[in-house]
Design a protein around this ligand. Sequence first.
Ligand code: ADP
Ligand code: MG
Ligand code: ZN
Length: 479
Amino acid sequence: MKYEAVIGLEVHVQVRTRSKMFCSCANVYGAEPNTLVCPVCLGYPGALPVPNHEAIRAAVRAGLLTGCSIAKYSKFDRKSYFYPDLAKDYQISQFDLPFCVKGKLHLSGTGFSGAEIPPHEVGITRIHLEEDPAKLTHFGAISGADFNRSGVPLLEIVGEPDLRSADEAYAYLTKLKEIMRYGGISDCDMEKGQMRCDVNISLRPVGTEKFGTRVELKNLNSFRAVHRAIEYEIDRQTEELNAGRELHQETRGWDDEAGESTVLRSKESAHDYRYFPDPDLLPVTLSDEEIEEIRKTLPEMPDAMRERFQKEYQLTAYDADVIVADRDIAPWFDKAAAKAKNPKLVANWLISELMRELANAKITIDECKITPENLAALTDIIGGGTISGKQGKEVFAEMFASGEAPAKIVEAKGMSQVSDSGAIAGFVAEAIAANPKPAEEFKAGNGKALQFLVGQVMKISRGKANPQMAVAELKKQLQ
Ligand code: ADP
Ligand code: MG
Ligand code: ZN
């Protein structure tokens, strides 16, 4: 039997705010454990939560950027469960009235395997806002709980079961991450736990509609792990079904080192979270004006930017992909390209020279001494023929080291090419007079002699003569 995979992702994204979701503790990663805490995020009885409006606005931004409807009336609910990372024994979350519902994501690009993803849209069921529990770290027989993470605003983005392969799941995560980063909602650094993902997956015979029994996979801590886990799970479920065994709805954990999934718990032990509205928090109402005001501040999204760069700046699809893939480089390039006479040349220098130098120096574009204006100026100087491309590299290296403007470097190094025809005629005449033999040879048809004479002109001009003009002038005088 041939099966088709049906996949839906639940993605958690930590919102980048200054303070936590319901208290004024700092939302900062990497501080000494349990130093950014207070009675609210430690779950002391009687401590009262106060919602972070910035986090709510971020949730609305996330919804607008994924085409969701934004709820004008929503509320926070208590989700009850008992676990060492949850001092209150309930998590403040949202149940039936989340901030955002019924959105979509445009899939395109390539999957993890490199295969092309045919452009199409997949659904987003809902986006709700909740608080992150504390972070547990296990040290052999004992475990530590870090409540610095407790109360960090967390978005849960529940996707429709519209994905059909590991590659599509990978493309979905890539797009979602791009949107969250461009939207200023989260940095989505998976190593810091800022983006986490659960995978739901089932199989159905190809050509049928009805969904099969789903398995939920947890502990996936990279996009690569998601891809591997799905491929593994498709194989495992196919084997089970082909052997005539029934699948059970269960939660499985992914062990990336072993490359396999194992049962964590079955549906029978599923939680009853006893959701009910949190009596400590008022429902949240958003006016049309407020939603519109947020909509107006939305930045341009990567898909739109890629298209604009190709149209406006004549970039290739590849150039646009490379530049837009980096959220910090893209606006930097935009600034430089807008200033330059030849934006495509800016893209070339950015991709082949600047990005390499940034990687070598292990710095970001914001730490780089070259300004967008100065890279634009460099390409103008090269494009205008004042200096050669080779000299351009020397100027570029100097710019990278000192941050000096290219025109100043060109002047200080006495680099500018001589393109004055009178001066070049003088160099050429001098070169011919000093080398009568090669001059005769050229007249007799020896092409190599011309190269020698060009070399002499460059020597006399101390490397400054415009080489194309020197060749033309030599031919003219010799003929
Ligand atoms: P739960 O809260 O138990 O995880 P949800 O109804 O919130 O259940 O569903 C979670 C995810 O499971 C969603 O992303 C959805 O797309 C996905 N999903 C639901 N049914 C299936 C199925 N049969 N196969 C694969 N994924 C599914
Ligand atoms: Mg789930
Ligand atoms: Zn606190």
